[in-house]
Design a protein around this ligand. Structure first.
Ligand SMILES: CC(C)(COP(=O)(O)OP(=O)(O)OC[C@H]1O[C@@H](n2cnc3c(N)ncnc32)[C@H](O)[C@@H]1OP(=O)(O)O)[C@@H](O)C(=O)NCCC(=O)NCCS
Length: 157
């Protein structure tokens, strides 16, 4: 029988399991846990037993704040509702700490994520920004990417 999917806030004890899912040297989980300790983000993961299937961040200090960022689901586990479960958890968390809305940015070409967000009730605010960032590829090399994102907002009621 499949283990249940559980979404919860990450702790420092999760670092090893989260790092095992990243390209070597990416350091994303380590950075997010540090930002969470600094009170800048909430960092959550969806777990099946000891295995993280996906992660998401709520940035409390973004230009459009709070902003859902870094939603990512293991490519072998997409289309099973993990992304939806992560968004649901983050919205509940945002509500609990007193926010009445969430923003997010979605890449112009990211039709799959855009479809998910629209289904969940996010709507365009008519703003776009360009974001340049470094990331570690699956082969371990550092790459730079520039992404043009449209901003969306969902009221939390
Ligand atoms: C975008 C992303 C997070 C979605 O995650 P996911 O786990 O596949 O999301 P869900 O399964 O909840 O929903 C995706 C689709 O699967 C369908 N689905 C949901 N539960 C399902 C299930 N149990 N069985 C089959 N399909 C299901 C949904 O209807 C949904 O369809 P939609 O695309 O028309 O909305 C994932 O594709 C990803 O990690 N992409 C790369 C990173 C990225 O682009 N992140 C977003 C940055 S803005």
């Amino acid at each position: 029988m499949d283990l249940p999917l559980i979404v919860r806030q990450c702790t420092d004890q999760d670092l090893l399991a989260l790092t095992e899912e990243e390209p070597a040297g990416a350091g994303v989980a380590r950075r997010m846990l540090q930002r969470q300790r600094d009170g800048r983000v909430f960092f959550a993961a969806a777990w099946q037993g000891p295995v993280p299937l996906g992660t998401v961040v709520l940035d409390l200090h973004a230009t459009y704040s709070p902003e859902m960022k870094n939603l990512f689901v293991n490519p072998t586990r997409r289309g099973e509702g993990v992304g939806t479960a992560l968004c649901d958890w983050l919205e509940a968390k945002a509500r609990t700490v007193g926010f009445d809305h969430i923003y997010l940015g979605v890449g112009k070409d990211n039709d799959r994520a855009r479809g998910l967000y629209i289904r969940l009730g996010y709507r365009s605010i008519g703003e776009s920004t360009s974001c340049t960032y470094n990331y570690v590829d699956e082969d371990g090399s550092t790459k730079t990417a520039t992404e043009l994102s449209d901003y969306y907002k969902k009221p939390l009621c």
